[in-house]
Ligand binder design. Structure first.
Ligand SMILES: *Cc1c(COP(=O)(O)O)cnc(C)c1O
Length: 463
C-alpha cells in the first residue's frame, strides 16, 4: 500500500514512513493511493471475531508489506489488552433502533485511546533498530493529549510536546496530561484557543528550518495510522448489528473530522453504511459546509464539549480530495484560498458527493442537555456531553435502520457538565486512581510561534 498527499506534491510513502511522518511536506495530508475493499463474504466472515481479530482483518491491507500479519496481531493484542472491557468497544442498546458504541474503555477514558495505544506501539516497532529520535508535536483540545502521552510516556527514542489551550480543557483532562512524570513528556499550555495551538503545530511542520532539525511526527488525526485504527470499530459494530445484510447508520460527535472520516473509509471499503451523521455543537462550520457548501471559519465559541470547539477541521481536506477526483493541485489551490481568507466554497462535485453519505446536524446546549437527561431517565445511561450531542443528532434521524451513536468519552471526564444536566456527578473510574493527588507539571506560553518553537528547540533531540 502506498500513500499520496492530498496536495499532490509530496513524496509517495509506504505505511512505515507515513506512520512516522504525519503531515506531508507540501502541507497536505496522506491518504492511501486507492481504497482497499472487503467483499460481502469477507465482511460476513467478521461476525463473531474478537476485536483484535477484526482489527487485523480490517487494517492488514493498509499495512501492506511493512509488517507481517502475526506482528500486527501481536501489537493489537498488546494495545487492546489495556482496555478495561473484554469487548474493547462494547455496544449498548438505548431503544428499538438507537445504540451506543462505547469507545472510552481505554486508559485515558476517551476514544482517542483506540488509535493512540496502537500508534505508540507502531512508533516503537518502526523505530527499533534505527537511530532515529522522534519528536512528536501535537495540539489537543483535551483528549488527544492525554491519550498520546499515555501511549508514549517512558518509551525510548521519542519525546512528546503537547500544546493545550490554557483553561479550556477539563480538570480531569489537564491532570491526565500534566501528572505524567516521564521525562520524555512536555506539556505546554497556550494562551489562546485550540485553533491557535493547532496553527502553531502546523507552522512548525511547514517551517523547513525547524522541521529540518528534528524528526517531527504527528499524533493528531492528521496521522494516517490513527484514522486507520478507527475504521475498525465501524466494522466491529456494524457486523454485530447485521451487516453486510443490513445497512447501519452512525452518528459521530465531530471536531477535526477524523472519527467520522474513518467511517467514510469504512464505507469506501465496502461496509454498507446508510448514513454518517456529522454532529456538531454551535461551532458548526462542518454543518454549514455540508448543508450549504460554505466552509467559512468563525470565532470559536467555548462550550462544555471542548473537543468539538473547532472552526478548522483538518481532516475535511481528505474528504474534499477524495470527492474532488483526487486532484492534488486543485485541493492545494482550494486550501491556500481558505488559509488566506478563512472561507471557501465546496465544488458541486464535493457537495454532491458528500450528500450521498453524510448528513450534518448542529446541536445546541439545550438539546445536548435534553439528550443527556433522556438517556439518564429512559436508558439508565450517563453520557458525556460530546456523546449527548451525537445522540441528539441521531434522534432527529430516527428511521428504520439501526443508528449507532459513537460514545467518545467517559462521562467522568466532564463531571461538571454532566452534573449540571442530570443532577448526578459521575464517579471517576478506579483506573485513574489518585489523579487529583498527583503533582502537575507544565509551562504556560503565549500563542507565539517564536516562543513555542524556541521552547521545543531547546528541549528536543536534533537529527
Ligand atoms: C476528539 C474528540 C471528538 C472529535 O473527534 P474528531 O476526530 O476530532 O472529529 C469528539 N468527542 C470526544 C470526546 C473527543 O475526544
Amino acid at each position: 500500500m502506498r500513500y499520496v498527499s492530498t496536495r499532490g506534491r509530496a513524496a509517495v510513502l509506504d505505511f512505515r514512513e507515513v506512520t512516522l511522518a504525519g503531515l506531508a511536506t507540501d502541507g497536505g495530508l496522506y491518504v492511501p493511493e486507492a481504497w482497499p475493499t472487503l467483499t460481502k463474504d469477507e465482511i460476513a466472515a467478521l461476525a463473531g471475531l474478537s476485536y483484535v481479530d477484526t482489527a487485523v482483518a480490517v487494517m492488514m491491507p493498509f499495512v501492506g508489506t511493512t509488517m507481517t500479519r502475526d506482528e500486527l496481531h501481536a501489537l493489537c493484542t498488546q494495545a487492546y489488552g489495556r482496555f478495561s472491557h473484554a469487548a474493547v468497544t462494547p455496544l449498548v442498546q438505548l431503544d428499538h433502533d438507537q445504540w451506543l458504541l462505547e469507545l472510552f474503555h481505554g486508559p485515558t477514558l476517551a476514544f482517542k485511546d483506540v488509535a493512540l495505544q496502537l500508534l505508540g506501539l507502531l512508533f516503537e516497532r518502526f523505530l527499533t533498530g534505527s537511530r532515529y529520535h522522534l519528536t512528536i508535536v501535537g495540539a489537543t483540545s483535551g483528549d488527544t493529549g492525554s491519550a498520546a502521552i499515555d501511549a508514549v510516556a517512558g518509551r525510548a527514542g521519542v519525546d512528546i510536546f503537547m500544546l493545550h489551550p490554557e483553561g479550556r480543557v477539563s480538570d480531569v483532562q489537564r491532570r491526565q496530561m500534566t501528572t505524567v512524570g516521564a521525562p520524555n513528556v512536555h506539556n505546554i499550555a497556550i494562551r489562546g484557543d485550540f485553533d491557535h495551538a493547532q496553527a502553531l503545530v502546523k507552522a512548525m511542520f511547514n517551517d523547513p528550518a525547524f522541521a529540518g532539525r528534528f524528526h517531527l511526527s504527528a499524533v493528531n488525526s492528521i496521522n494516517w495510522a490513527r484514522l486507520m485504527a478507527q475504521v475498525v470499530y465501524y466494522f466491529y459494530a456494524a457486523v454485530r448489528l447485521g451487516a453486510p445484510e443490513r445497512r447501519i447508520a452512525f452518528s459521530v460527535p465531530t471536531g477535526n473530522f477524523g472519527d467520522v472520516f474513518a467511517g467514510y473509509v469504512a464505507a469506501k471499503m465496502g461496509l454498507p453504511i446508510a448514513r454518517l451523521i456529522v454532529a456538531t455543537n454551535v461551532n458548526d462550520i462542518l454543518a454549514r459546509a455540508l448543508t450549504t457548501g460554505d466552509y467559512s471559519s468563525r470565532d470559536v465559541v467555548q462550550t462544555p464539549t471542548p473537543s468539538m470547539d473547532i472552526q478548522v477541521s483538518s481532516n475535511f481536506e481528505r474528504l474534499l480530495f477524495d470527492l474532488g477526483n483526487r486532484d492534488g493541485d486543485a485541493i492545494a489551490a482550494q486550501m491556500r484560498g481558505f488559509e488566506g481568507s478563512r472561507a471557501m466554497r465546496l465544488t458541486n462535485a464535493q457537495s454532491q458527493g458528500a450528500a450521498g453519505l453524510f448528513a450534518a446536524e448542529r446541536v445546541d446546549l439545550d438539546e445536548m442537555a435534553l439528550a443527556m437527561r433522556w438517556a439518564h431517565e429512559h436508558a439508565c445511561q450517563t453520557l458525556d456531553p460530546h456523546t449527548a450531542i451525537a445522540l441528539a443528532a441521531a434522534q432527529r434521524h430516527a428511521s428504520n435502520v439501526p443508528i449507532v451513536t459513537l460514545a467518545t468519552a467517559h462521562p467522568a471526564k466532564f463531571r461538571d457538565a454532566v452534573e449540571r444536566a442530570t443532577g448526578t456527578r459521575p464517579a471517576l473510574p478506579a483506573r485513574v486512581g489518585d489523579l487529583f493527588e498527583r503533582e502537575e507539571r507544565y509551562d504556560v506560553l503565549d500563542a507565539s510561534y517564536a516562543a513555542v518553537s524556541g521552547y521545543i528547540a531547546e528541549r528536543a533531540v536534533a537529527r
